[in-house]
Design a protein around this ligand. Sequence first.
Ligand code: AMP
Ligand code: TRP
Length: 336
Amino acid sequence: MSKQRVLSGIQSTGKLHLGNYLGAIANWVEIQHHYENFFFFADLHAITVPHDPKVLAANTYNMAAIYLACGIDLDCSTIFVQSHVSAHSELTWLLNCVTPLNWLERMIQFKEKALKQGENVGVGLLDYPVLMAADILLYDADKVPVGEDQKQHLELTRDIAGRINDKFGKKKEPILKVPDPLIRSEGARVMSLADGTKKMSKSDPSELSRIEILDPPDVIKRKIKKCKTDPIKGLTFDDPERPECHNLLSLYQLLSGKTKAEVAAECQDMGWGQFKPLLAETTIEALRPIQEKYGEIMDNKDYLDSVLRDGAAKAASVANQTLARVKDALGYLPPL
Ligand code: AMP
Ligand code: TRP
């Protein structure tokens, strides 16, 4: 039996942080050998908020190197740049025309991001989840590993696929495969170092709120030293009054590879002065091999170029077949 297909993407905006690593990439690395995988850099999504053309290409490229450095294995995974496969834009248009506007207006992420932008909300921001649906549906993905924040977009993708199938499919032969989300329970949400109730995010104006995958050891030490804590001695998980404590213990758990029970026992009598250096060292050691590998890959750009070239070709060969299937179902005149 052939392997199930996994697909996921990450926006190529800003620098990747521990939330991206623990909530997304580490998850993919862990499961990749059980599946046939497609992982891509969502540079079309990256311009749904104001962007700087001078850094877009470099962000996308660096991200590809980080994926490889984190352990994405090209024997079972294809990595590519979203904008290199034009079927993503084209299927988005077709899906747009069957997606009710009020489905998009309901999206939490749209409402949150739109609020931040005031008058300047582009149509692309509203359409973001439709592009995401196209990303997923083009590859007949069975499973889509994402963080919890993307769950609603996955539901929408399923609804759009269902609608295309209902409207245009013949009962026994659905046109699009309806994918399942794959949400990791632990570490699914890494919170800000400055506020344990807010998600760690690339767009937070304060760099102290996040640890980036490429942060050097001294920066990691400084950020953890300055991170928000509370005046209580003894560290515990799951206390709603202590969101920072829960977040930092969870980070330690994930980065050290220990179980929750082990960490709870180890830290129950600790104060912050003892815990913070421990977390800093654990973070530095967890990121060290990734940073070393990243350096090697960036020293060999021919290799990275060829990986992305091959990835785009492989992705396009799958995506174009799905696109042709959808166009056929919608009644388009084939190219003559
Ligand atoms: P983004 O940085 O918003 O493009 O997200 C890329 C991927 O990382 C998605 O799968 C997100 O769900 C995941 N992600 C982003 N921030 C976090 C976070 N703070 N905690 C866990 N996962 C996250
Ligand atoms: N919207 C996703 C995020 O911010 C990134 C993304 C774009 C994605 N297209 C995707 C994730 C397709 C999974 C599948 O995290």
